[in-house]
Design a protein around this ligand. Structure first.
Ligand SMILES: [Fe+2]
Length: 237
């Protein structure tokens, strides 16, 4: 099973299409195949930069493309539903049991309300997903009806994910139009998303530390989340 094959898989594509339609009716931002493709590519970029193997990169691309299929069942618990759906779909392919379980686990843990990073695949998936903020994800055309998610996405006029290997930092640089969304609203959304990664700090066997620093300079936000492990230059937000 390859990323190119999963992108053409009818069941995956139909789940993403219907799930995204459901979310559109319910007033959510875009969670289409376009979003999932972006997440797959960004997660792959992160793992590649940090020197992970080609098979890990292929796995994270597959997880990235499939990660939101659970929206077809319900937005609530979509990560868990998506993991179960992904297991069924991937079971029918030639993917190894170990890789399938890794992908299923990453999908099942990608939502901040119930999940968290448990390995490099899930960590890269979460970073890629939570950093996809852009104006064209907003589907609500009436600005007066914007909710906070609409405002946060619509306010982003420029976004760039940068990786500095020497400093072991992944940085998300965002240009914000503060006439649309205040800094306070921005952090209200982003702090919740970033907490999903902070939860890992509670894992005692990991000798890593994390430092989260925020810089606010006028309308420019730079979010840097850094984590080091004792054994390798790991990710993560
Ligand atoms: Fe997503």
């Amino acid at each position: 099973m390859t990323y190119d094959e999963i992108k053409k898989n009818k069941e995956v594509c139909e789940c993403l299409k219907k799930g995204n339609e459901n979310l559109g009716v319910l007033g959510f931002t875009d969670h289409s195949a376009a979003h999932c493709t972006m997440v797959a590519k960004r997660a792959a970029y992160i793992l590649k930069k940090f020197g992970y193997s080609e098979s890990d990169i292929e796995m994270v691309k597959i997880a990235g493309f499939m990660h939101d299929i659970g929206n077809v069942v319900n937005r609530s618990r979509h990560a868990e539903y998506g993991a179960i759906l992904a297991n069924e779909i991937l079971k029918e392919t030639d993917m190894s049991l170990k890789d399938r379980i890794t992908v299923v686990s990453a999908i099942g843990h990608h939502d901040e309300s119930t999940g968290g990073a448990t390995d490099p695949i899930s960590a890269a998936l979460i970073i890629a997903d939570k950093t996809d903020v852009r104006r064209n994800r907003v589907r609500n055309k009436a600005k007066e009806n914007f909710d906070i998610h609409d405002r946060v996405n619509y306010a982003v006029t420029d976004a760039a994910l940068k990786i500095n290997m020497d400093k072991k930092v992944i940085a998300l640089n965002l240009q914000i139009d503060t006439k649309i969304c205040s800094m306070y609203e921005y952090f209200e959304i982003f702090l919740g998303r970033m907490m999903i990664l902070m939860n890992r700090l509670q894992t005692p066997h990991e000798a890593f530390w994390m430092d989260i620093s925020y810089w606010i300079e006028r309308s420019h936000i730079r979010i840097i989340i850094r984590r080091l492990t004792y054994y390798r230059a790991f990710l993560v937000l």
